[in-house]
Ligand binder design. Structure first.
Ligand SMILES: NC(=O)c1ccc[n+]([C@@H]2O[C@H](COP(=O)([O-])OP(=O)(O)OC[C@H]3O[C@@H](n4cnc5c(N)ncnc54)[C@H](OP(=O)(O)O)[C@@H]3O)[C@@H](O)[C@H]2O)c1
Length: 251
């Protein structure tokens, strides 16, 4: 009998976070080989110590040099980022202000340096508050004003915008080495199990005045599905799907 082969190799950054850990679990459930780069092994889920398909690299991502990043990304079929600024004063206003953008850029540059035979899938966890400027996504005047304020007051919002813009404009739709999807969750909540959810090319409700909900485990499930299911990948490649748990879809 032929044994199930281990599937793709996926590097996850932001894996210690509230969403990242769900993504890692979902990838392991799908028998992917998973590498994670975390600042600390403390507080990681206990079962990860025994997970045979999980490699834990302890390092501060943006402090790795180019050669180290090239090495860690080589042989990866996909890379996923669930990075986000810690919700403390230092996390929001301190360095690195461009955590998500710089990580996205440097990981993409490492992929390019590796000249992979097949394009590597890059999945970025972004936010429904970020517009896909490739599409004409209408938002109200009031929301435009609030987003303008967020840009001034909340560096992490600008960081999320710039990270998505980098993929959209610098990597683009026909890159030789990288294919990408930027997942835009609406309001994140915590739940224990995967529940029905839906994805849309653009928000179907105001991310500011009438936000819906999506559980972090559903976001992890969606990102893992995208990586593993080629039909899903082709459907959303080069786009910025917005995801809602089904119970919260009705405005
Ligand atoms: N809250 C919402 O409703 C909402 C909605 C849509 C989108 N989002 C976006 O989704 C992101 C992820 O959400 P979450 O709740 O899963 O975030 P989270 O639990 O805060 O996780 C953030 C991850 O980023 C890592 N990180 C933070 N600063 C870092 C640094 N300087 N260097 C390396 N790694 C660093 C953290 O690592 P450590 O464990 O080492 O700190 C952690 O793994 C948010 O930040 C936001 O941009 C949020």
């Amino acid at each position: 009998m032929i044994k199930n082969k281990t599937k793709m190799t996926v590097l996850v950054v932001g894996a210690s976070g509230a969403t990242g850990r769900h993504l890692v679990n979902q990838l392991l459930l799908k028998e992917n080989k998973v590498k994670i780069i975390v600042r600390s092994k403390e507080n990681l889920p206990k079962p990860w110590n025994e997970a045979k398909n999980l490699e834990i690299i302890t390092a501060s991502l943006l402090e790795l040099n180019d050669n180290e990043l090239i090495n860690y990304t080589s042989n990866c079929d996909a890379i996923a980022s669930c990075l986000g600024h810690n919700l403390t004063f230092k996390g929001i206003y301190g360095q690195p202000k461009k955590l998500v953008t710089d990580a996205t850029k440097r990981l993409c540059q490492a992929i390019i340096a590796n000249k992979p035979k097949n394009p590597v899938k890059f999945v970025l966890m972004n936010s429904s508050g970020v517009k896909n400027r490739d599409l004409n996504e209408p938002i109200s005047y009031a929301q435009t004003c609030v987003i303008g304020l967020l840009r001034l007051l909340l560096p992490p919002h600008v960081d999320n915008e710039k990270a998505a813009d980098y993929l959209r404009t610098q990597i683009g739709q026909n890159h030789k080495y990288i294919e990408w999807i930027a997942v835009r969750p609406d309001g994140l909540i915590d739940e224990e199990v995967v529940t029905p959810y839906e994805s849309y090319p653009s928000p179907i409700r105001s991310a500011i005045f009438n936000a819906g909900k999506i559980s972090r485990i559903n976001v992890g499930h969606f990102m893992a599905e995208l990586i593993n299911d080629n039909k899903q990948w082709r459907k959303w490649q080069g786009q910025m799907p917005v995801v809602y748990s089904k119970t919260s879809i009705k405005p």
